[in-house]
Write a protein that binds this ligand. Structure first.
Ligand SMILES: [Zn+2]
Length: 75
């Protein structure tokens, strides 16, 4: 792992000169901000993926039902 002398925080153009938390790329005060941002983003992406797959399963199910009904099955 590369040893970083300074926090990688760039923010709105201001650079941070604090020492990073060991094993991380950011200092203590910026680490949680980066982490909070990242986890919100990841959660939102996951929600969208779940919504998409639920929608897919619903339409597959409806198609199957219509097909069976078309063939004369009582459901
Ligand atoms: Zn920092």
């Amino acid at each position: 792992m590369t040893y970083l002398k300074h926090c990688l925080w760039i923010g709105d153009g201001e650079c941070c000169t604090d020492s990073p938390v060991s094993g991380r790329s950011y200092c203590e005060s910026h680490l949680w901000r980066v982490y909070a941002k990242g986890s919100n983003h990841a959660r939102r992406k996951k929600d969208i993926r779940v919504a998409n797959s639920v929608h897919t399963w619903e339409s597959l199910f409806n198609e199957a039902v219509e097909e069976l009904e078309g063939e004369g099955f009582e459901i």
